[in-house]
Design a protein around this ligand. Structure first.
Ligand code: CA
Length: 233
């Protein structure tokens, strides 16, 4: 065990490639843990949190995208995605998965370890810029284009529907909507759910953006009517 070396979790299903990478990275002084599936990777991630995750995009069962999201939902650990085609990199960047960098196969061990060192040096604190315009709402900054909520520079994850609800209210700031209206406008007319769904998503959004979720300053309840988003100047 090299206790002072950075620990890398390598999630790659192709055995030959995985073992070759593990050997090469060990030779570069990293301590490498291998996982052949997404499930095994997530388990290894939780049991023994690494300093960096090297994640193959194309995995059976759970894709690299799902794993990246799962890790990002509660960790800022640096993630480098490994892709088979250069064309996939656009997708990765476009999806804003929160990966810190990516490498395209084939790559040399030297190139990879240089990327790893660079990402580790940069640290995990700064999420990559996506949309340029950030709107201050409550305690958070909202990136409407990148569909992200940032708080103290870190991404706060909410469900896509919750983000759509927030975006709708931002775009219609100051207007009061009933729960039924919000269901219609955000979920769509054919949605068969209950108005309580709106409350559940609102609760999650308040947790994400309000300083004191129980005393919201931005996402306000209008008694007997519904909700309104108030933006401070
Ligand atoms: Ca693969």
């Amino acid at each position: 065990m090299k206790n002072d070396s950075a620990r890398i979790l390598l999630i790659e299903d192709e055995r030959a490639l995985r073992e070759a990478l593990a050997d090469a990275l060990s030779a570069e002084g990293f301590s490498v843990e291998q996982a052949a599936t997404g499930g095994a990777g997530l388990t290894a991630f939780r049991t023994n949190p690494p300093d960096l995750v090297l994640l193959d995009l194309m995995l059976p069962e759970m894709s690299g995208i799902e794993i990246c999201r799962a890790i990002r939902s509660n960790s800022k650990v640096p993630i480098i995605m490994v892709t088979a085609k250069a064309s996939e990199t656009d997708r990765i960047v476009g999806l804003d998965l929160g990966a810190d960098d990516y490498v395209t196969k084939p790559f040399s061990a030297r190139e990879l370890s240089a990327r790893i060192r660079a990402v580790l040096r940069r640290g995990a604190a700064t999420p990559p810029p996506v949309g340029q315009r950030l709107l201050k709402v409550g305690e958070a900054e909202i990136d409407l284009e990148g569909q992200r909520i940032l708080r103290s520079g870190s991404v706060v994850h909410v469900k896509p529907k919750a983000f759509q609800l927030l975006a709708f209210l931002i775009q219609n700031a100051g207007r009061v909507y009933s729960r039924e209206q919000l269901l219609d406008r955000v979920w769509g007319y054919d949605y068969a759910g209950e108005t309580r769904t709106v409350d559940v998503h609102m609760h999650a959004l308040r947790q994400a953006i309000e300083a004191i979720p129980a005393q919201p300053t931005a996402l306000q309840t209008v008694r007997n009517i519904g909700y309104v988003l108030r933006r401070s100047a």
